[in-house]
Every structure is written in C-alpha cells, then in structure tokens.
Design a protein. Structure first.
Length: 371
C-alpha cells in the first residue's frame, strides 16, 4: 500500500544539498547586500568565513583558509595548477570527480610522471600502493560512488610529497586527519547546505612552502594566482578574494557555520550524518532487493549514499520520477556517469526522521514500477 507519512523535507540531492533545519533566509545578516566585498563590512564577513572555518574545524596552527572562485572544482584546480609539476604525481581514481582530476593532470597539465591508481565504482583503490615520495591527489569521499577512504592511517607523517585532498562531501561530516593533508578543498553547497559558486581552499605550512619555492612552467590564470612577487598573497587568506563573491552566499555560509557551532561543532554534525546512514543501512539489511554500491562497509559513505536496486535502468529511472512526482524525494537518481541506482544525501542538514519517512516509499515505488 502507498504510505501516508511523507518526509517533511524531501530534498535529498547530493548537491546543492538541503538547507539546515529551521533555515530562514530572512534571518541572514543581510546588511552585507549591496556593499562592496572590499568595504570594511565585506572584509569582516569574508575574514570571518576564513577564521570561523579554521576554528570550528579545529585546523592545526599555521593552516590557512581562503574563499576562492569556482566552487570545489575551482579550489582543487587552483591547487593543482599552482603546486603540481615539481614532483611525480600519484592520482587516485574510483568515481567521476576523481576521474576528472586525472583528466586535468594527464590531458590538461600534461605532467610527465603520473601514476594513475584506479578502481571501479563500488571499490576503493589499493591505498597501500600509493607512493608518497610523489604528490598525491585524491578525493576523501567519492560523491558519485558512495565510497570513501576509511581513515588517514595510510598517509605517512614523513611523506616527501604533498597530499591534495578534494574533500567537498566529507568536511563537516567525516573525521579528517588535518595533519596528514596539505591541501583540502570543499564547497559550501555540500555538507552545510550552503549556496554554490564559491570554493574553500585550505593550505598547510608545507603547501605554502612549496607554493613559494616553486613556479610552474605554464601560464597562470588570474583566478588561480596565489602569489605576488614570489610570496604568498596573505590577503587572500584573510578574506581579500581574487574576484567578487556573492555577499548573500557569504552571509548564508556564516549562518551555516553558526548552526554547526550551536549543535556542538563538527563532532555533532558527524554524528548526525552517521545516524542518517544507519537509517538507510537498517533498511538495506531488511530488504534483499536493494544494496549499497560500496562493496565494503568500512568504505561506505555517510553523506552521498549510493544504492543499487534490482531493477532495469529504465525501471530505476521510473522509480526516481515516481518518488519525485509524489513529493517525497527530489533528485535522488544516481550520478549520470555512475551505475543506475539511487543516491540519497545523508549529510547533517538532513533529518533522520525524514529518511525514516522515506524508506517505506522506496519499497512502494520499487513494487509500483514492476507492475
């Protein structure tokens, strides 16, 4: 029978993600609107975006935070274009976005000494095969496969190269070993449910040292330039952005950070995300027609949860459309490059009660498309 109870918030997209519970745009600090990002007010807000990020995440001393253009893509490409080329590179690929960074490194930057370590959707690469004398580029969480690295124990403290980590669907939802990561990038529209177009770039002291000591041989677009006169542009890491940001988006991000702080910090948002994953894990365990795309429970993402369903590709698409039409789940089809299935966002802005309400609808839709 068709369930009666519907999720209060049916927004389960993996990006942009659901706004935080209780969100109200009218409660944002809207005096930023219409003001220059270079005004005292604008600089203060952008500076807070950097310092509050560092404080709430608990970044080590000396780590720098910047707001940069182009979402997470802009942030990770800014880092690759600025830092890679002086050493060999190991790049890890196990889903769509990590495959994109392989394309950047091999076909765009055309670096000569590249080792691509690849795994299929649902699997994780062999982390013990990584050569840390090279620079290492990887995603922490494979947003399009639902496969994450389980921890940071595989990264040595005494590595020779830098670690460049695209962590856009992991920061604020997974325990990050900051001292093992030299570059961390993410975007506001993922775990915090913020707005798009802006990226966050975090650099360790080792990354800054490389940046100042090394100049890549290719031309550097203006939006990627982090140096002036051979030295780090420190203003960038104090809120003096390269190009004009949306101050409405900045206000929205500061609101999200305040919400995290009020919950009890990153430990609380991690706990919420893991509790959300448990709702789906319990459902999967009770139903043999649905399974996790991630083959190992240890690598199972607690944000972008990817599921395989025992249906044809066309039936899966009908299932997704049916749930959308009923207003119980929006945008939960698998990523376009991934195997057919469902992808349900379980970050901290999603309430467990909404996931609990959704699960019977999955059963209903599964049977409905078979008739």
């Amino acid at each position: 029978m068709q369930p009666k109870l519907k999720p209060h918030n049916p927004n389960f997209s993996s990006g942009p993600c659901a706004k935080r519970p209780g969100y109200d745009v009218s409660q944002l600090q809207l005096d930023l609107l219409g003001r220059s990002h270079r005004s005292a007010l604008g600089k203060k807000a952008l500076g807070l975006a950097c310092t509050e990020t560092a404080r709430i995440l608990g970044l080590p001393e000396g780590y720098r935070v910047a707001v940069v253009p182009g979402s997470d893509t802009g942030a990770i490409e800014m880092a690759m274009w600025s830092l890679l080329g002086g050493r060999g590179v190991d790049v890890l690929e196990w889903e769509s976005f990590s495959a994109g960074w392989v394309t950047d490194i091999v076909k765009q930057l055309k670096l000569p000494h590249v080792n691509v370590i690849k795994a299929d959707y649902g699997d994780l690469v062999d982390l013990h095969s990584v050569n840390f004398d090279n620079d290492v580029v990887f995603v922490w969480n494979g947003t399009t496969s639902g496969v994450k690295v389980p921890h940071g124990d595989w990264i040595p403290a005494n590595r020779g190269g830098l670690t460049l980590c695209d962590a856009t669907s992991a920061v604020f939802a997974m325990d990050m070993p900051w001292d093992k990561l030299d570059v961390i990038t993410y975007s506001w529209q993922k775990v915090l449910g913020g707005e798009g177009a802006h990226g966050m770039l975090i650099l360790s002291p080792r990354a800054v040292e490389r940046l100042e000591a090394y100049s890549p041989p290719w031309p550097m677009p203006k939006v990627f330039r982090m140096k002036s006169g051979g030295k780090l542009n420190e203003g960038l890491f104090k809120g003096e952005t390269i190009n004009t940001p949306s101050m409405l988006c900045v206000a929205d991000y500061l609101d999200a950070l305040q919400w995290v702080d009020g919950l009890g910090g990153v430990k609380a948002t991690i706990a919420k995300s893991e509790a959300n994953l448990k709702v789906i894990a319990d459902f999967v365990a009770a139903n043999d027609w649905i399974s996790f795309l991630a083959k190992s429970p240890a690598t199972r993402s607690n944000t972008s949860v990817c599921l395989s369903v025992q249906l044809s590709e066309d039936q899966v698409k009908k299932m997704v459309k049916l749930l959308d039409a009923e207003g119980v789940a929006y945008d939960i089809g698998a990523y376009k490059d991934a195997p057919a299935g469902l992808r349900i966002w379980c970050g901290a802005t999603v309430e467990a009660s909404d996931l609990e309400a959704l699960m019977p609808w999955l059963t209903w839709a599964y049977h409905a498309v078979q008739n």
